[in-house]
Unconditional design. Structure first.
Length: 76
């Protein structure tokens, strides 16, 4: 969270009982566009070697999959 407005919203969400994650989001949101329409989308997390997902990244993965989003981990 970098600015004052984001901090204000973060505090409001937490006071409403939400746990707010602000690190560990997937590295890429990828879309395929045809004639101005989004035809396909997926989230991609990039990891080096045998690196594992952080706790926050694992939560993002679980929530995105529950929402029906495509999610993949690319190892380099």
């Amino acid at each position: 969270m970098a600015n004052r407005n984001e901090i204000k919203v973060l505090k409001e969400l937490e006071s409403d009982g939400w746990k707010v994650l602000n690190r560990g989001a997937p590295d890429f949101l990828c879309i395929k566009v045809s004639n101005g329409n989004i035809e396909d989308s997926k989230f991609v997390e990039v990891k080096a070697g045998s690196d594992k997902l952080t706790y926050e990244q694992a939560i993002y993965r679980k929530v995105l999959k529950q929402l029906g989003a495509q999610y993949e981990i690319r190892y380099v």
